[in-house]
Design a protein around this ligand. Structure first.
Ligand code: 13P
Length: 274
């Protein structure tokens, strides 16, 4: 059994200077490939159930799949709720076995974000699991604009919520299909000058690879969330498998052929964090 909390895997990452991959899962095929990739690289992995995943598959089922994979795995596996928006869904995730809760109050006024995130951190810690919060707002490609993290607010947020990891907005944007503008390194330095909480970068797909590697080593960034890059790899592998044989209709046969390409893509992502 190698189920771990977020704090279990981020504390050594902060000390030793690397980041852990928070990989966005949509279903069984990708989550098991992500664990296989982490085992091949011999590093921990954070399996993330975000809003899109939860819309497709009920949370208790996702928890069972994550926990089953963790039981079999040779590396630590974190079962992480990504972008929880309600207290109740965080409570439900906790009840069904998740070991890390991200509460996203980043669209709310500062004090409300602090109060609500602190309540989830207390809920998580009372059960021996972890909590991630977000300060500033990480926007969406062709969607909502970002609101950069203000270092003094990050300091207050980290101190008053008691979170184990803090997602920050420093030029990162969700859902980028190509390399973006890169992260604002002076803002990251200003944030880590005022807090020791491990930092999280959402929208990892758009972060230039060279910068991802360097900042994992040199800064307090301990977790990169990566979704789009791996969904694109999965989509390409699936399309190829479907098109390989127009007579084929059994989806298990088709999906089997996505496994190796996803493992390779996830390994390549993981290698940018060490
Ligand atoms: P990308 O899909 O842009 O990699 O972002 C993933 C993410 O931040 C999930 O929380």
């Amino acid at each position: 059994m190698t189920i771990a909390t977020l704090a279990d895997v981020l504390t050594p990452a902060l000390e030793k200077g690397y980041a852990v991959a928070g990989l966005v899962t949509l279903g069984w095929e990708d989550m098991r490939a992500f664990v296989a990739a982490a085992e091949a690289e011999n590093v921990p992995v954070i399996l993330q159930a975000g809003p899109g995943c939860r819309e497709h598959t009920p949370l208790p089922i996702l928890a069972k799949m994550f926990l089953h994979l963790a039981e079999q795995a040779s590396v630590p596996v974190v079962a992480h709720l990504d972008h929880g928006y309600q207290y109740d869904e965080c409570q439900q995730a906790l009840d069904c076995g998740f070991t890390s809760l991200m509460y996203d109050g980043s669209r709310k006024p500062l004090q409300q974000n602090i109060d609500e995130t602190a309540a989830i951190a207390e809920l998580a810690h009372s059960a021996g699991i972890s909590c991630e919060g977000e300060i500033g707002f990480v926007g969406y490609a062709e969607g909502e604009a970002s609101n950069g993290t203000v270092p003094s607010e990050a300091e207050v947020f980290a101190r008053q919520t008691g979170i184990d990891a803090m997602a920050i907005s420093v030029g990162n944007v969700h859902l980028q299909e190509n390399t973006g503008q890169g992260l604002d390194e002076s803002r990251i330095a200003a944030i880590q000058a005022v807090t020791d909480v491990p930092l999280v970068i959402h929208g990892g797909s758009g972060v230039p690879v060279e910068q991802r590697i360097r900042l994992a080593r040199e800064t307090n960034i301990c977790k990169y969330n990566v979704g789009t890059e791996l969904r694109m790899a999965f989509g390409a592998a699936l399309r190829e498998a479907v098109n390989r044989d127009s007579e084929r209709f059994d989806r298990v046969e088709i999906l089997r052929e996505t496994h190796d390409p996803i493992v390779e893509a996830a390994r390549a992502v993981i290698q940018t964090m060490m």
